[in-house]
Ligand binder design. Structure first.
Ligand SMILES: Cc1cc2nc3c(=O)[nH]c(=O)nc-3n(C[C@H](O)[C@H](O)[C@H](O)COP(=O)(O)OP(=O)(O)OC[C@H]3O[C@@H](n4cnc5c(N)ncnc54)[C@H](O)[C@@H]3O)c2cc1C
Length: 399
């Protein structure tokens, strides 16, 4: 049986990022996905500047530029309070990043990721092949069991999304309700008044979640609701989606003559990042949604998938150089915790509580709307273009 340095389950942003990083370091990779590409991924399709920097480095943005209509740039973020106050922030006013922000249909984005993967001779990519679990040898994973048989490798990276069978087998599936989001989205055509801003409506019924309208081309938008089951009953998602579209004054004005594209109304969970729990066991690492890394206040997950895929690759390379597979996990823990724990997750969970209070959200939005530099700061933070802790400046009445 052919031997691989790493076996990766899932070829979404996390799996492709890990495979490309490992291949560039000279390792042999076996990558599986149960789907055939192009395939759909239920998403809001908002890609922040932090993500596009990584996509540019991977050569993926270059491919997207060659597909007319796939990159829908946005330069602002509009926030609407429960009482209807509107905050219009501009992105990249104070931020440090140079990447652009786009709405990109995941069918296109993920197909371009896979196209880059296929160019590398050191990556064997098997699509239409489902990974069903790990093949264990004592405490160590020898490889994976799939719909096409068993395959072996030095290290396994699970990048197979929110329902990862590997995370489940290792009992590392995140079931903590406090760390779960849930979202429903659909595509609409004939949307009125779209500009070059993404729009987030903090509807009273969804706090601390929100409803979104992300412009994606000529009078077309990705529309959805992002809920936190810890605060809002997940079973009412469809009702909240319908009432957002029809009854939220801001959304209803955009969508009054719009038509929902058939078959596009779908929902999916968002596993949030947190400090608790290791993201792997032995020689198995969990990346992207399989490891729970999504931002708990915005729902952004593409950046965390791309970045944890890259961190997993760095950790695997670190371990293989030392001929010690078990060193991968400690290195991986060091890398992701160093970047996300206190900078993203700590302020994220703190803000969830503030944003669950309607009075707070109304006061906060009205205060932010009064000065352009405050609105820009909020847009820049939500667009992942500025440090999360800067949000706390907006709690200072003299800012
Ligand atoms: C409704 C909604 C809206 C969202 N909006 C945004 C947004 O606007 N911006 C943003 O940044 N994030 C958003 N997110 C989060 C984002 O979609 C995810 O965080 C991101 O896709 C995670 O990437 P991933 O590679 O970890 O997993 P995925 O993108 O889920 O990819 C996993 C891959 O694994 C494959 N797979 C699954 N099981 C198996 C198996 N058993 N064997 C083999 N392959 C398997 C799947 O086919 C898939 O290709 C949203 C999420 C939802 C649900």
């Amino acid at each position: 049986m052919k031997w691989y340095d790493a076996v990766i389950s899932g070829a979404g942003p996390a799996g492709c990022s890990a495979a490309l990083s490992l291949s560039r370091k000279g390792y042999r990779v076996l990558l599986f996905d149960k789907a055939r590409f192009p395939r759909e991924k239920i998403c809001g399709d908002g890609v922040t500047a932090a993500s596009t920097e990584l996509l540019e480095e991977m050569g993926v943005l270059e491919l997207l530029r060659q597909r007319p209509g796939s990159l829908n740039a946005f330069t602002g973020a509009t926030f609407v309070s429960p009482g209807g106050a509107v905050v219009q922030g501009r992105i990249l006013q104070n931020g440090a990043l140079q990447g652009g922000s786009y709405v990109i249909a995941r069918t296109d984005l993920d197909e371009c990721l896979v196209t880059r993967v296929k160019e590398h001779a050191s990556i064997t990519f098997l699509d239409n092949t489902e990974v069903t679990g790990l093949v264990m040898e004592g405490d160590r994973a020898r490889g994976v069991r799939t719909s096409a048989g068993e395959f072996s490798g030095g290290v396994v990276i699970a990048a197979d999304g929110a329902y990862s069978p590997i995370a489940k087998q290792l009992d590392l599936w995140n079931r903590d309700k406090r760390q779960q989001g849930f979202a429903m989205r659909a595509w609409f055509s004939g949307v009125e008044g779209l500009g070059d801003s993404i729009e987030l409506c903090y509807d009273k019924a969804m706090l601390p979640g929100y409803g979104w309208i992300f412009p994606a081309g000529e009078r077309r938008a990705n529309v959805g609701v992002f809920l936190l089951p810890r605060f809002t009953d997940q079973r009412s998602t469809k009702r909240l989606f319908e009432s957002f579209v029809k009854e939220n004054a801001f959304a209803a004005s955009r969508l009054k003559r719009a038509v929902m594209e058939p078959g596009t109304l779908k929902s999916w969970p968002l596993p949030f990042g947190s400090f608790a729990g290791r993201r792997g066991r032995g020689n198995v690492l969990l990346a992207g949604d399989a490891g729970s890394f999504i931002d708990p206040i915005t729902g952004e997950g593409i950046y965390y998938a791309l970045k944890t895929g890259r961190y997993a690759a760095e950790a695997v390379a670190h371990a293989l150089e030392r001929n010690d597979e078990s060193a991968a996990l400690s290195r991986y823990e060091q890398l992701w915790r160093g970047e996300f724990s206190t900078r993203i997750y700590f302020p994220g969970y703190a803000f969830q509580h503030f944003m669950n209070n309607e009075w707070f959200v109304e006061t906060f939005m009205r205060y932010t709307a009064r000065k352009q530099h405050r609105a820009d700061l909020l847009a820049d933070v939500v667009a992942h273009n500025r440090k999360r802790r800067d949000l706390f400046k907006l709690l200072n009445p003299f800012y």
